[in-house]
Design a protein around this ligand. Structure first.
Ligand code: PLP
Length: 373
């Protein structure tokens, strides 16, 4: 095979990044393991317990490592413990969260619905389609956060879940999670928080976003994004095992007896690399990285503003700016990997760990050169 992987040198559009060296090494070592069969691949399964426990610490859930994963009878029998598992990514975590909510709402009279802000990731459209639930998309306000009045108006007895985004894909915005929790509770719906991208940056901000801040029921948080683990390593966390039990099916031919994950066989590489990255970086390494990335984003926003571009200020390390289409195309032709928002076609700059100040300086030099042509 001759193909080379994409270098990160000019990647400004991705929510993923270069894995930490320890995460890369762990992924390689556990490549041939399958935590989907925990009775057979016991060390990978133990690592998954560790991953869930560490993720739990990050998102304000108190998890006892021994109780962490709900794929076997023991955890089910205990009930009530916060838990979760390592998913293939944010999409799987969001699909599974909607599935839990749908199962919970089975007694409602009409077809269950899920209320999401328009800023929510497109994975919720997949979830709604697959699971036959109605997606009630509500607008965001001028600050790109969900409009709470619109959420209040959208919920009713068929609402199975209300979704808040903690680090939106296009603008890096954090919805008012405690208020969304109150609205969800008022109609007996679950609150799901999508922190797939923001979850490893938010602990170092003063935002209220996690289980400890609000009545969150389920959450997506991806080690393979800001967490610097190798793909595939997402995370689904739930407030109590009975929620995960909504997903469990019996697994007669495996050594374990039930499985809550969406995929069956899955790579232990993601699980191991998530643990390696978190052991290496939580909390100080992630804090340092967040500070560096946030400074880079603020610096880039200033630089773009000085040049006359309209900029959406970065709350998290993500800048969106109005750059004309011909210039956007020219920059892409120079090898810069850039993408745009769906609504008003702003260019997004995701200041992931591989995005350095030197890289941004080199980007701006290209921008200036192409702009003056
Ligand atoms: N949620 C958010 C907020 C995201 O930004 C993304 C992807 O960028 C996802 C979910 C989907 O994650 P994945 O692509 O890992 O499935």
């Amino acid at each position: 095979m001759r193909a080379e992987p994409q270098s990160f040198d000019r990647v400004l559009s991705s929510m993923c990044t270069e894995p930490h060296p320890a995460a890369r090494e762990a992924a390689e070592r556990f490549l041939a393991t399958n935590p989907g069969d925990p009775g057979t691949y016991q060390s990978a399964a133990a690592l998954e317990d560790r991953a869930v426990a560490m993720l739990g610490e990050i998102v304000g859930l108190e998890i006892d490592t021994a109780d962490a994963i709900g794929t076997g009878d023991d955890a089910r029998a205990r009930g009530g413990e916060p838990t979760g598992y390592v998913t293939s990514g944010g999409t799987e975590a969001n699909v599974q969260a909607v599935r839990i909510a749908r199962e919970r709402a089975a007694s409602a009279t009409g077809r269950p619905s899920v209320v999401v802000p328009e800023s929510a990731h497109f994975s919720f459209r997949k979830a709604a389609d697959l699971l036959q639930v109605d997606l009630e998309v509500v607008p965001t306000t001028a600050d790109h956060r969900v409009d709470l009045e619109a959420v209040r108006a959208a919920v009713d007895e068929d609402t199975a879940a209300v979704v808040g985004v903690a680090g939106s894909t296009e603008y890096g915005r954090v919805d008012p999670i405690p208020e969304l929790g109150e609205i969800a509770a008022s109609v007996d719906a679950l609150l799901h928080v999508d922190a797939a991208w923001g979850g490893f940056a938010l602990p170092f901000t003063d935002r209220e976003w996690h289980f400890g801040h609000a009545a969150v029921d389920t959450m997506a948080i991806d080690p393979h994004k800001m967490g610097q683990a190798a793909v595939p390593a997402g995370g689904l966390l739930v407030r109590s095992t009975d929620l995960l039990d909504e997903l469990a099916v019996d697994t007669p031919y495996l050594e374990s007896t039930s499985q809550a994950t969406l995929t069956g066989t899955r790579s232990g590489a993601g699980v191991a690399s998530a643990v390696a990255a978190m052991e290496e970086l939580w909390p100080d390494g992630y804090r340092d990285q967040y500070v560096r990335s946030q400074h880079n984003a603020e610096w880039l926003a200033d630089q773009l503003e000085v040049r006359g571009y309209e900029v959406v200020e970065p709350v998290l390390p993500l800048v969106a700016a109005s750059i004309p289409t011909p210039l956007f195309e020219s920059l892409r032709a120079e090898g810069w990997r850039l993408s745009r928002t769906g609504d008003d076609r702003r260019v997004r700059f995701v200041c992931m760990p591989h995005v350095t100040r030197e890289m941004l300086e080199s980007f701006l030099a290209d921008l200036d050169r192409l702009e003056s042509r």
